[in-house]
Design a protein around this ligand. Structure first.
Ligand code: MG
Length: 389
């Protein structure tokens, strides 16, 4: 199967990072962990370091270094000659600078952090092409599209991104306004981090995935469609010029897209990956998406079409709004309102530099927080911020 791939994982204690480590554990002849970073769950991070004994690690907190690992900055780590393959499994803008450093050093980058492409798609794609290296998708929908494209000479005409619809797809508007953080954190299919679970419930996650697909496959926004598919068995589809559709199906398990990125262009056997049981998956349903009920989806796609610093402002406003929702400060439907109002006040910069993108992120965080504070200074207003459609 070729020589062992030497892996760096950024964000090893998160959901994707832990599943990538499961694969490294299961495939010791193919994969070796040489570097990791983590920040939030210190106890787990130290356990991972003791188990895998990576040559390099990075964290903002002081760690046990008794076995002799080298403490480096993330940028030094991802560009180190002993790293072949970088898995970016951090959340939000934290992935931006390390991804750029890895691409500049010519490393293959597997991206689970969708904000990297959403915020700075043009810069990231340009760097990858300049240094003749690859960005491989780990997101299940994009992995599906990528797998469907293998062996095809012609570009498809349409991409269909599937969405489970989250736990509240059939809720009415008044029911949505009453959704609690505890309810929203219970995703019916996927087990994920808190931010992406809430983004899945608002469908913001699917909107960000449209932007991600646009950059990964250089595909126009108007040819990317969303289909609600509650079973999450068909992970996405492509349609070719002759009307033929190709789809990738599997049991929903993130280890498969992570492993495909690691094994590409091969496939590796792994008995730990589940097989589809057709007794359980005996019906597959698809329906068009309701853009009116889930305004975050349209906000994201519109920000992508407008380009410039809008997508960075969208990501930052959403991150703040999700935090405010999780701490019971705003309602579920207020998330879209905060994002919409922030974008409404944003002064766009086209073809921004990385610094301008990061400045737009800072600005949008402040703006979203101020919008929430302004609202709660006026208790006579109704509890819902009032969505403007
Ligand atoms: Mg996804």
């Amino acid at each position: 199967m070729g020589r062992v791939k030497r892996i760096a994982i950024l964000g090893s204690t998160g959901s994707i990072g832990r599943q990538a480590l499961d694969l490294i554990r299961a495939l010791p002849d193919e994969l070796k962990l040489v570097a990791l970073t983590g920040d939030k769950n210190l106890e787990l991070l130290e356990r991972q370091i003791r188990e895998f004994q990576p040559k390099m690690f990075c964290s903002s907190v002081k760690l046990d270094n008794s076995y002799g690992g080298e403490f480096l900055s993330v940028e030094e780590m991802v560009s180190h000659p002993e790293v072949d393959f970088v898995i970016v499994a951090t959340a939000g803008k934290a992935g931006l600078s390390p991804t750029l450093a890895a691409l500049k050093a010519g490393k293959t980058v597997a991206l689970a952090n969708k904000e990297v492409l959403v915020m700075a798609g043009e810069i990231i794609v340009h760097e990858a092409s300049l240094h003749q290296t690859q960005i491989l998708p780990i997101d299940s929908e994009h992995s599906a599209i990528w797998q469907c494209l293998q062996g095809e000479e012609n570009k498809p005409q349409r991409l269909f991104l599937t969405a489970s619809g989250g736990p509240f797809y059939h809720y009415s508007q008044p029911q949505l306004a009453e959704v609690t953080p505890e309810q929203a954190l219970q995703h019916p299919v996927w087990k994920m981090g808190r931010k992406v679970t809430i983004d899945s419930a608002t469908l913001m996650n699917k909107g960000l995935e449209v932007l991600e697909a646009h950059w990964l496959f250089s595909f126009p926004f108007d040819s990317i469609e969303i289909l609600i598919h509650p079973q999450s068995i068909v992970h996405s589809m492509v349609e070719f010029m002759d009307g033929s559709l190709k789809a990738q199906l599997s049991w929903p398990d993130m280890r498969l897209p992570i492993q495909y990125a690691l094994s590409y262009p091969q496939r590796w056997p792994n008995p730990e990956l589940p097989r589809l049981d057709w007794n359980k998956a005996n019906s597959l349903n698809f329906e068009p998406v309701d853009y009116d009920k889930f305004p975050c989806l349209k906000l994201a796609v519109d920000a992508g079409k407008s380009g410039g610093t809008y997508p960075a402002a969208l990501c930052a406003a959403d991150e703040m709004a999700v935090e405010l929702f999780l701490s019971h400060k705003i309602s579920f439907t207020d998330i879209a309102t905060i994002v919409q109002k922030t974008l409404g006040q944003h002064q766009n910069i086209s073809q921004p530099s990385l610094e301008e993108i990061l400045a737009a992120d800072d600005w949008a965080r402040e703006c979203a927080t101020r919008l929430c504070l302004d609202h709660y200074k006026q208790p006579e207003r109704p509890s819902n911020l009032g969505i403007e459609r």
